[in-house]
Design a binder for this molecule. Structure first.
Ligand code: FE
Length: 378
């Protein structure tokens, strides 16, 4: 049973689904966030239960869907221990074996493209005897190899990984690369050992010189992709620094993430004010300990005549106020009003529920609840 090979045209990335025919347990390697629906469809069509979502490394050219696959398909996430993907449930070490049904996937540390990069070896039972596969990520590509000029890359390390680790595999091992830019799908260790233009017959010095002279452009999405991939692709948490700093705003003290607002409240540095209607708090849910002070009231969404007096009482003594509404719109107006009244008021971005998704459902794209902060229903 060969792996199912899937392709993301935007990044030329291959994603692989491997499964155990008897138990239908499956593994996905290097899934791409833009292809989540396609991958879930394949799993459904084949009747597969995804047990692992695995990365070969922290990618710079696309964002993984591993975190989403954990949520939607129940997969556990696993990533090489040297890649700093701290959200992965299992940190993979060289030689470690992952089980799926009766099948085994063996981890090979193959540094060079990045310091943590791994390849995965699968010896599948086939009708003609065992078939050996290696998923080589960006370590070994067909006729080439991954670049080594950023993200902890090392040409020396890559040379050793190629010549001493991957080329030590049996020659009939099928090579399934992380990318191909010319429409090729797979190769073998034997073919690459003899014909790989970058490394076949090259000395370490020749290889290092070639790699140092590539002068490749910086990957377009690296600044977005790498931070997101360090958190299994859940990009609302990408850019950890931005998350915990105040963003300047016009007419009030600033915009803060729900996470920063909660950190301030826990530290006793700010008062959390819920400016939604009484109805929203009752029906949708509320944050325990937040001060309820509606900006407008349902039905009719008329201005709350008691807002000014209420907010002045809460912000007295120059206490910092963090204002929460449904999606971060009303709380801006309320923060501006509080500022006019001489108070120190911040708007909480995304609100309690976040913006609606394409199905008009809230709570899936961001917001207080989406980020796992405390709330409950009455
Ligand atoms: Fe890569």
């Amino acid at each position: 049973m060969p792996p199912i090979q899937l392709f993301d045209a935007a990044s030329c990335t291959f994603t692989y689904i491997l499964f155990d025919a008897a138990s239908r347990e499956a593994v996905i390697i290097d899934p791409v966030d833009q292809q989540l629906q396609r991958d879930l469809q394949v799993l459904r069509e084949q009747g597969l239960k995804l047990v692992w979502a695995i990365e070969t490394h922290a990618h710079a050219d696309h964002i993984t869907s591993a975190g989403l696959l954990a949520e939607h398909a129940g997969a556990r996430t696993a990533a090489p221990e040297g890649c700093q993907i701290g959200t992965a449930a299992v940190q993979l070490a060289d030689g470690q074996v992952l089980q799926f049904g009766g099948q085994q996937l063996r981890c090979l540390h193959t540094p060079g493209h990045t310091a943590g990069s791994m390849s995965f070896v699968w010896e599948a039972d086939g009708s003609g005897g065992p078939a050996r596969h290696v998923f080589s990520g960006d370590t070994l590509l067909i006729g080439g190899c991954g670049r080594t000029d950023f993200q902890s890359g090392s040409a020396e390390a890559l040379y050793r990984s190629l010549t001493q680790v991957l080329f030590a595999l049996p020659e009939d091992t099928t090579v399934w690369p992380g990318h191909d830019y010319q429409g090729r799908t797979h190769s073998t260790i034997g073919q690459e050992k003899r014909g790989n233009a970058r490394v076949a017959g090259k000395t370490l010095q020749q290889f290092v010189d070639t790699m140092n002279q590539l002068n490749l452009p910086k990957p377009q999405r690296i600044d977005e992709a790498v931070p997101a991939n360090l958190t299994s692709g859940l990009r609302h948490d990408a850019g950890g620094d931005a998350l915990l700093s105040v963003r300047p705003a016009q007419g009030y003290a600033g915009d803060v993430s729900p996470q920063l607002a909660w950190a301030w409240v826990q530290a006793g540095q700010a008062v959390l004010v819920d400016v939604r209607t009484d109805a929203e708090r009752a029906w949708v849910g509320f944050v325990p300990g937040a001060e309820p002070l509606a900006w407008k009231q349902w039905p009719g969404m008329a201005m709350n005549p008691d807002f000014d007096a209420g907010i002045q009482a809460l912000g007295a003594g120059d206490r910092k106020l963090v204002l929460l509404c449904r999606s971060g719109v009303r709380s801006v107006a309320a923060a501006q009003r509080a500022t006019e009244l001489g108070l120190q008021a911040y708007n909480i971005l995304e609100g309690f529920e976040g913006d609606p998704d394409t199905a008009a459902q809230r709570g899936r794209l961001g917001g207080w609840r989406f980020h796992g902060l405390p709330w409950r229903q009455s």
